[in-house]
Design a protein around this ligand. Structure first.
Ligand SMILES: [Zn+2]
Length: 220
């Protein structure tokens, strides 16, 4: 019985540990995400929604010297290309969740069109007076034993990125992760790391998808 309890104890410790760690610990943003395509029932033509424009503005980039700096800058440029693309607009507007509904989870009662508009407005909760800008405060840290890719929360501007994952990630994954974290900055959340339909995750996956396609087509 004592052994059994120990086994359970270990199980619960690991489970609880993973729950905390997984908050921001998706090691890849290569997750399938569905959006309606032209001709499919319910497709909303992107021309019916006004197009926004965002400029990526690095405000403070700490700890990214040399090649790390080149990599983060490439990811930020790729992100800017992706969020301003027609494909991004259409994929966000036409995003379909795992239940088959054209809506994000934890969407604060906003439609996909409203979430696209709010995203492109570029007004971070903590920095609402810089419209049409994605303002980034990034810091690289090194915790080799940690399973966290990076972290942030709504009360701070800074997004912390773990070198352990950053060093091996493709720039498309870095761009996707930056999109995920920034979606938190404009006030969207997810209940857990399993809420793939939430705006931060789904938009991160959409950015990852488009970014990967651009890289493999040699467009970046
Ligand atoms: Zn998150």
């Amino acid at each position: 019985m004592k052994q059994l309890l120990m086994v359970f104890g270990l199980f619960f410790t690991l489970t609880a540990g993973q729950a905390v760690v997984q908050e921001e610990s998706v090691s890849s943003f290569n997750v399938p995400v569905k959006s309606l395509k032209e001709g499919e029932k319910g497709f909303v033509h992107p021309d019916s929604v006004s197009t926004g424009h965002l400029t990526v503005v690095p405000m403070s980039i700490k700890g990214f010297d040399g090649a790390k700096g080149d990599k983060i800058n490439s990811a930020l440029r790729l992100l800017e290309d992706v969020v301003n693309s027609d494909e991004f607009k259409s994929r966000v507007i036409n995003f379909v969740n795992t239940k088959g509904t054209r809506a994000f989870a934890s969407n604060k009662n906003l439609t996909n069109e409203q979430i696209y508009a709010q995203f492109m407005e570029g007004r971070e909760t903590l920095q609402p007076n810089t419209p049409n800008e994605m303002n980034y405060y990034l810091a690289l840290y090194n915790k080799p034993w940690s399973r966290v890719i990076g972290y942030t929360d709504g009360s701070i501007n800074q997004i912390n990125i773990n070198w352990k994952y950053f060093k091996g990630n493709e720039i498309s994954d870095v761009a996707a992760n930056l999109a995920h974290e920034w979606t938190h900055k404009i006030g969207f959340d997810h209940k857990s790391a399993a809420e793939h339909d939430s705006a931060p995750y789904a938009i991160g996956y959409i950015v990852g998808d488009i970014a990967r396609a651009r890289l493999s087509a040699g467009l970046h």
